[in-house]
Write a protein that binds this ligand. Structure first.
Ligand SMILES: *[C@@H]1O[C@H](CO)[C@@H](O)[C@H](O)[C@H]1NC(C)=O
Ligand SMILES: *[C@@H]1O[C@H](CO)[C@@H](O)[C@H](O)[C@H]1NC(C)=O
Length: 244
């Protein structure tokens, strides 16, 4: 699908730096949010950043966004930058199910986004496991396809979502206090270079490759050193998506 609406769409960035209950300050998140703001803006999104929200306020922001009229938009994007656990994301005051926010955009809940891609990028831990890595070498696939579809009948309410997680279920997600998280660094890098040429899955495959190959943790504590990370894409998209 090529963008044939008036606007590409809204992009909501919610970032958490400070928490009320003794979780670590997420130094580096400002860097992530700033880079994401620039690259989504240059793709044509209307970007808004919200800082340090409670769970209730995060849900309200998403609810308000889901109630807006997206008729003139081609898609919707939301980026969550916080601490997390499997299926959960932290607000300043505790954890909430990611699904309680994303389900607001289901086909039966948000009519003006029916059949349009709803993209969620989630930089957060999904557990505390570490990936020790293994010596090998391989490259990403490299093909280009373009199709156009025009569905005019009943479609599943869970269709047209894409979840781009920074890490796989159960695992820790790495962030550098100076340079930002590995996932966001790679995502912005690939979007800045190929955001207007490649299809979203090709973009995210390149992000997977970059996180997998360009990053490795370093710490004086061997328990936290020489660890690897692989992002995770979960797609319910029904069409190819290009930002051009
Ligand atoms: C975050 O940055 C502040 C200011 O530079 C520093 O004082 C603090 O120790 C850092 N916290 C963590 C968890 O890295
Ligand atoms: C992928 O394709 C692009 C453009 O067609 C090309 O420049 C690049 O070298 C290819 N990468 C690999 C790993 O084959």
């Amino acid at each position: 699908m090529t963008m044939k609406h008036l606007y590409i769409g809204a992009c909501l960035i919610i970032q958490l730096l400070d928490f009320e209950f003794g979780m670590n300050v997420r130094n580096g998140t400002d860097r992530d949010a700033g880079e994401l703001f620039k690259c989504f803006k240059s793709l044509g999104f209307d970007v808004c950043i919200y800082n340090d929200q409670t769970c209730e306020k995060m849900e309200r922001l998403l609810r308000e966004a889901s109630e807006e009229d997206h008729s003139d938009s081609s898609c919707f994007a939301c980026i969550l930058l916080s601490h997390g656990e499997e299926g959960m994301i932290y607000g300043t005051d505790g954890a909430m199910p990611i699904k309680s926010m994303t389900s607001l955009f289901r086909g039966d809940m948000c009519k003006s986004l029916v059949g349009k891609p709803k993209l969620f990028f989630i930089q957060a831990c999904r557990g505390s496991e570490f990936d020790d890595g293994i010596q090998t070498d391989s490259g990403p696939p490299n093909d280009t396809l373009e199709t156009d579809a025009n569905p005019r009948h009943k479609i599943p309410v869970e269709a047209d979502f894409l979840f781009a997680y920074s890490t796989v279920p159960g695992y820790y997600s790495w962030r550098n206090p100076g340079r930002g998280s590995w996932f966001v660094q790679a995502l912005c890098n690939v979007l800045n270079e190929f955001g207007k040429q490649l299809e979203i899955m090709q973009i995210l495959t390149r992000v997977n490759y970059m996180v997998a190959t360009s990053f490795e943790s370093w710490s004086e504590d061997p328990r936290f050193s020489e660890k690897k990370q692989i992002p995770c894409v979960v797609s319910m998209l029904t069409k190819e998506l290009y930002f051009n």
